[in-house]
Design a protein around this ligand. Structure first.
Ligand SMILES: [Zn+2]
Length: 121
């Protein structure tokens, strides 16, 4: 039995590829043109929405859920650590003020994956 890829899977695959490209473009263009970077991540978000795919984990924290700004630590994103009870990270979008709390363990996991997958440069 051959494992045929359905049309739906095909669309999802393309969507993920495009999201990846858009985030990379946003990263490149950000220093020169913040507006364009925001446009790219907004497009990535819309593609994800339309194709019903999730934004890849490595990019999940790079886009504001509320205003869809491209989040750059130290620029559009303020990151704070809290160690009370369960250690967690507070990520605040400096554009709209949206606050996201992420358990420290979860972030570490994501970061580790990122360093492993982006070996070449
Ligand atoms: Zn925001």
């Amino acid at each position: 039995m051959k494992n045929f890829v359905t049309k739906k899977d095909f669309i999802k695959d393309i969507a993920i590829q495009r999201i990846d490209i858009l985030f990379k473009m946003a990263e490149e263009v950000y220093r020169k043109d913040q507006r364009l970077a925001n446009r790219y991540v907004e497009l990535a978000y819309l593609i994800a929405l339309r194709a019903r795919v999730r934004i890849p984990k490595k990019y999940k924290y790079r886009i504001c859920k509320k205003c869809r700004t491209y989040l750059v630590p130290g620029k559009t994103l303020s990151v704070r650590l809290r160690s009370r009870r369960e250690p967690h990270i507070i990520m605040k979008c400096t554009t709209c003020g949206y606050i996201r709390r992420i358990p420290y363990k979860k972030v570490l996991k994501t970061l580790n994956k990122k360093t492993i997958s982006s070996g070449e440069s």
